[in-house]
Ligand binder design. Structure first.
Ligand SMILES: N[C@@H](CCC(=O)N[C@@H](CS)C(=O)NCC(=O)O)C(=O)O
Length: 234
C-alpha cells in the first residue's frame, strides 16, 4: 500500500459502517480517508459513470473512469481505493461492503479471530444481516413500495431478525464476548430502521426484538464503539 486507503460512501452508516469502524480500529483516524458523497453529487457522478459505461460497451472496450468519483465497473458505493495495490502499482478499486469490511478488519483491528468456528459464526451473521438489506423490496410507485415493505417487515424480515436473535451470544454480542464484524453488520441493519431510513418500517419495529434492544446498549458501551463515536458523526 503506497498511501492511505480511501473509503467512499454516503454520510450515514448504511453499508459502510463495518468498514469504517474496522478501518478506524485498524489504522486510527489518520490512517485512512473517510470520503463521503451526498445524494445529489452521487446522482450526478452516477450519470457521468453511466455515460462512459454505455460508450465503452458500445465500443467494445474496457471503460475508463478517469475523472469520475465512481471508479469501479459496478459504479456503486461503498467503494474502497487502495493506493498502489493494483496491477503495476496502480490503485486498486473494489466494491462489495462485506469484502471491503473483511479487508479493513485484517489491517490490524481487534475485530478478527483466528478461530475457524467463530469465523464461521461471524460469517453466518454477516450473511443473515446482509440478506435483510438485499432482499428488501423496492418500487418506483410509493403505494406499491409501502405495501411491499410492510409485508416484508411482517414476514421475511421478521423471520430474519428473529433468526439473528436466536443466534446471539448470551453476552449480548453476536459471537463471543467482544465486538466483531457480525455486530457491525447487524448494527447497520437496525440503525437504518431506528433512524427512519428504512422506508415504511417504523423505528419502534426494533423494540419487538429484545435481543436487538440489548445489543443497542452493548454497542453504546463497547470500548471500540465509544472510541469510534467520539471521533465520527456516522
Ligand atoms: N452488493 C453491494 C451493494 C451496494 C449497493 O447497492 N450500494 C448502493 C448504496 S447503499 C448503491 O450504490 N446504489 C446505487 C446504484 O446501484 O446505482 C454491497 O453490499 O456493497
Amino acid at each position: 500500500m503506497s498511501g492511505k486507503p480511501v473509503l467512499l460512501y454516503f454520510p450515514f452508516p448504511g453499508r459502510a459502517n463495518p468498514a469504517r469502524v474496522a478501518l478506524f480500529n485498524s489504522l486510527g483516524q489518520d490512517g485512512w480517508v473517510d470520503d463521503t458523497i451526498d445524494f445529489p453529487t452521487f446522482t450526478a457522478e452516477k450519470a457521468k459513470w453511466q455515460a462512459e459505461n454505455d460508450k465503452a460497451v458500445a465500443e467494445g472496450r474496457k471503460a475508463d473512469y478517469t475523472g469520475c468519483k465512481l471508479q469501479s465497473d459496478m459504479g456503486y458505493v461503498p467503494q474502497l481505493t487502495i493506493p498502489g495495490a493494483g496491477p503495476n502499482g496502480s490503485d486498486l478499486v473494489v466494491t462489495q461492503g462485506v469484502a471491503i469490511a473483511k479487508w479493513c478488519a485484517k489491517q490490524g483491528s481487534k475485530l478478527t479471530t483466528t478461530d475457524p468456528i467463530k469465523d464461521l459464526l461471524i460469517d453466518e451473521h454477516i450473511e443473515l444481516s446482509s440478506e435483510i438489506l438485499n432482499k428488501c423490496p423496492h418500487d418506483k410507485d410509493e403505494a406499491v413500495k409501502k405495501s411491499l415493505r410492510e409485508a416484508y417487515a411482517a414476514g421475511p424480515m421478521k423471520k430474519g431478525m428473529r433468526g439473528i436473535c436466536y443466534k446471539m451470544d448470551k453476552s449480548g454480542y453476536c459471537v463471543g464476548d467482544s465486538l466483531t464484524l457480525a455486530d457491525l453488520f447487524l448494527q447497520s441493519v437496525y440503525h437504518m430502521v431506528r433512524s427512519g431510513m428504512f422506508d415504511y418500517v417504523p423505528s419502534e419495529y426494533i423494540d419487538s426484538f429484545p435481543e436487538i434492544v440489548k445489543h443497542e446498549e452493548v454497542m453504546k458501551n463497547d470500548p471500540i464503539m465509544k472510541a469510534y463515536n467520539e471521533k465520527y458523526k456516522w
